[in-house]
Ligand binder design. Structure first.
Ligand code: AMP
Ligand code: FE
Ligand code: FE
Ligand code: ZN
Length: 290
């Protein structure tokens, strides 16, 4: 008997509106081709890709969830929040995203200057052209350094120059987690903690539980337990915490097109199959809170 594969979903997808390499329309077409039942577009700090994605979803009869990914301060580091079923026209959200983009516009010339001080011939015009969309971030600087032959690959660009603590790193003003959660909810969205497996707290189960509990008190509604780079035991731990804290569970690949060429939409590194039930649960949470 042939195996029947129930269509999956992917709730963490980037487009050219931030640091992905496929346009929103191309992403929707690829998701459809890949047999997915739903995707969420979660670009960093922008909703600029949502209109095109939602229209393409209508055309292709694919359920497209309007989303966003916002980085917020967390000690010396950051954590990422995902907002699902947000209203892309909400004034509070748009105002906040405009501020975050302004911080980037202030920061990017400083990164250019630091790279030039290091002897690299790079310009703001070049990195902006390479980015294509309205968000210019460190992954675009990394691509530029690769294209110009200054580094072997993007990871090397981060390791040597762009990562926190390296010579071309420039910090970025960020919201607090509570502010991020509130803005997502003000825009009618469901607030979810992205890839908790990347947090330093992962090494200590109690610390991780405490952090998630604190975020829940601040209004967090779910955690991204299914994530392609989570080890199986990390996913298991996160599912357990979600149950204990009565939080929603979501999942995604963090697809970025050629900017993360090893990650495929829907299946990630090959280990993901996220059930449609996740979308049904999210949609119920929207109805309950609206
Ligand atoms: P930005 O928002 O401009 O600070 O860029 C953040 C993005 O850079 C993240 O979403 C990652 O995709 C990437 N990134 C940050 N740190 C690293 C790192 N150490 N290695 C590889 N990629 C990184
Ligand atoms: Fe990214
Ligand atoms: Fe992220
Ligand atoms: Zn992401």
């Amino acid at each position: 008997m042939s195996e029947v594969r129930i269509p999956g979903v992917d709730l963490h997808v980037h487009t050219t509106a931030s640091d992905g390499t496929l346009t929103p329309k191309q992403v929707v077409a690829l998701a459809k081709e890949s047999g997915l039942a739903a995707i969420a577009i979660t670009d960093h700090d922008t909703v600029a890709g949502l209109r095109e994605a939602l229209e393409a979803g209508d055309d292709q009869q694919l359920h497209v969830i309007p989303g966003v990914e916002i980085s917020v301060n967390h000690g010396k580091n950051q954590l990422h929040l995902l907002g699902y079923y947000i209203d892309p026209h909400n004034d509070i959200l748009l105002d906040c995203l405009e501020h975050l983009q302004m911080y980037r516009r202030e920061r990017n010339p400083e990164i250019v200057e630091k790279l030039r001080d290091l002897g690299f011939e790079v310009s703001l015009e070049e990195v902006t052209a390479l980015a294509g969309g309205e968000i210019v971030g460190r992954p675009h600087f990394a691509s530029l350094l690769v294209n110009k032959g200054y580094v072997a690959d993007k990871q090397q660009a981060f390791n040597l120059y762009l990562a926190n603590g390296q010579p071309a790193y420039v910090p970025k003003e960020r919201l607090t987690p509570a502010e991020g959660i509130n803005i997502i909810k003000a825009a009618g969205g469901v607030a979810v903690l992205a890839h908790p497996g990347q947090l330093e707290e992962l090494k200590d189960k109690t610390l991780l539980q405490q952090l998630i509990n604190k975020l829940k008190q601040e209004g967090l509604q779910g955690i991204e337990a299914y994530y392609t780079e989570h080890a199986p035991e990390t996913t298991e731990l996160l599912l357990q915490i979600a149950r204990a804290e009565n939080l929603l569970v979501t999942g995604g690949s963090d697809f970025h097109g050629d900017n993360k060429p090893h990650i495929s939409i829907g299946t990630g590194l090959g280990n993901l199959h996220i059930p449609f039930q996740v979308v049904e649960n999210l949609a119920k949470a929207v109805v309950l809170t609206s």
